[in-house]
Design a protein around this ligand. Structure first.
Ligand code: NAP
Length: 484
């Protein structure tokens, strides 16, 4: 199977924060991969900007180093890297000062697509936007990519939206959530809306419950001071898990286009019931062979959660009576992200009671080993009478679609190309982000009011025991967090 590269028009992509971690690890390697696939047509260029004083030659060296550090060796071809280097330019610019902007203006070409990637702290978004306009750098049709976190509550998100709206139209703003760029996340829409098989069953009549898990083995790493002010709720649930929930629960949009998809996602967030405090479990990882959370964030009094599990209800006709269980955490047993849809058992079993009864389970694996797996019930082979067993209809994308699937563009590659194409479908709209904060804020405020303390959990475990109870008391079980 050969992957199809969709042509794009020539562009200039300007990265503010070009010397930062995200640019080095994700954005620049992603652009190099698109360059190798022929998606930087004409004289398309990447212009790096940050305060650090250096010339273009030094930045080209730094980018070449980042490519070889963060991409597998087989993707790092010396000739391609040399050719990509020629597309790179650097200009020292301070978002808070007036130096460098005139130089930037001379570099950016007016006649091509302009995309500005704000890979800097959100506190700089306003200053960047103001100077881009004051120095007349950007054209009217320029696009602006902004990174998470998009606010830390409803008020700050509104402020950011207002700031951006002062300078740009909503259709120029691309709020990135890299989960939406994952192949399987888009496949969730293909599975739901491209098959007749699932959609008729996709409701409370046939679905018992849904589990959404994003489990990580890493701790907070070098992001301790940021993470301790955010916690799992702000860092993961409000954005990534909420987006997965929306794609799972939304009504079919009339077309696969930005406004229609985003309208349906927004309806899901607005339909969420407030969460009962008894339906949330917060946890914090303890020291084991590796340091515990409080050592990692260097705050012995921290009450921030590194794990969260919660049960929520989407209050509409489709989902009334079908709970959604969400969980995410750090330093867990395995790295695993998946959406698991548990169907109800058959209404009546024609088999003997000891044949066993089973329910179908559809799992959509986001990482690792992207793929889908549908468990169906069959007769146990052999002469032992009618006994039922579950077997998987398992499709690993890498196996089913060939080696190109393993080499498919990663989330950043896909999303950056969507920006160049002007397609906002996989980006969050301002009202979506605000609605998600409006749902999240009262939950976090409740913890502060009650001085809620997260429960300890062992590093390498599945999270706090109480999280298991969250499902056990409903007669259900979490899927094991196991490596695939
Ligand atoms: P970082 O490593 O601290 O880099 C920040 C960048 O901003 C540097 O290039 C820095 O360069 C530049 N900068 C700082 N002040 C500036 C100013 N006044 N004018 C112009 N440039 C300035 O941060 P990061 O990890 O790359 O993250 C960037 C953004 O992406 C943040 O909003 C972060 O929350 C978000 N994000 C990061 C990740 C990740 O994995 N790293 C993931 C998701 C979201 P100079 O010091 O040379 O100016």
């Amino acid at each position: 199977m050969v992957s199809r590269v969709i042509p794009v028009d020539p562009f200039d992509l300007i990265i503010f924060g070009a010397t930062g971690d995200l640019a080095r690890r994700k954005i620049l390697p992603a652009l190099y991969r698109r360059f190798c696939d022929g998606q930087m047509p004409g004289e398309s260029r990447v212009i790096g900007a940050a305060r650090t004083e250096m010339d273009t030659a030094s930045w080209r060296d730094a980018v070449a180093e980042a490519i070889t550090e963060f991409l597998p060796a087989k993707q790092c071809d010396a000739d391609s890297i040399a050719a990509f280097r020629d597309r790179l330019h650097y200009v020292p610019v301070d978002a808070l000062g007036d130096d460098g902007w005139a130089d930037l203006k001379t570099l950016v070409r007016p006649g091509v697509i302009q995309a500005y990637y704000f890979s800097v702290a959100p506190s700089l978004f306003g200053a960047l936007a103001e100077r881009l306009q004051a120095f007349e750098v950007c054209c009217d049709t320029a696009r602006f990519v902004v990174e998470k976190p998009f606010g830390r509550d409803l008020e700050t998100a509104r402020d950011l939206n207002r700031t951006l709206a002062t300078y740009f139209h909503e259709d120029q703003i691309y709020r990135i959530d890299h989960y939406l760029g994952k192949e399987t996340v888009q496949n969730l829409m293909a599975i739901r809306f491209g098959n007749t098989l699932f959609e008729p069953l996709w409701n409370t009549q046939y679905i018992d419950h849904v589990q959404i898990t994003v489990a990580e083995t890493v701790g907070v790493g070098g992001r301790g001071s940021y993470y301790d002010r955010a916690g799992a709720m702000r860092d993961m649930v409000q954005n990534h898990l909420m987006q997965l929930l929306c794609l799972t629960a939304m009504e079919p949009p009339s077309r696969f286009e930005p406004a229609a998809v985003r309208d349906e996602k927004l309806k899901v967030i607005r339909a969420l019931d407030p969460v009962d405090p008894g339906d949330i479990v917060r946890g914090q990882y303890q020291a084991g062979e590796t340091p515990g959370y409080i050592e990692d964030v260097e705050n012995p009094d921290s009450r921030t959660e590194s794990y969260i599990a919660l049960k929520l209800h989407v209050a509409n006709w489709r989902w009334n009576g079908t709970p959604f269980y969400l969980r995410t955490g750090k330093r867990l047993k395995a790295r695993r992200s998946e959406i698991v849809v548990h169907f109800k058992e058959t209404p009546h079993s024609i088999f003997d009671a000891d044949a066993g009864s089973r329910a179908n389970v559809l799992s959509i694996r986001l990482q690792p080993d992207e793929g889908i797996d549908l468990r169906v019930t069959i007769k146990e082979p052999g002469p032992g009478g009618m006994r039922l067993i579950d077997v998987p209809l398992d499709m690993s994308f890498a196996e089913a679609l060939g080696p190109e699937a393993a080499d498919a563009p990663d989330a950043y590659e896909r999303l950056i190309m969507d920006v160049i194409r002007g397609n906002q479908t996989l980006f969050m709209r301002g009202d979506e982000v605000e609605a998600a904060w409006a749902w999240t804020d009262p939950i976090i405020a409740g913890w502060t009011d009650r001085r809620d303390t997260p429960l300890p959990y062992e590093t390498g475990s599945s999270g706090p025991e109480d999280a298991l109870m969250l499902m056990h008391r409903d007669g259900r079980r979490w899927r094991e967090i196991a490596p695939s």
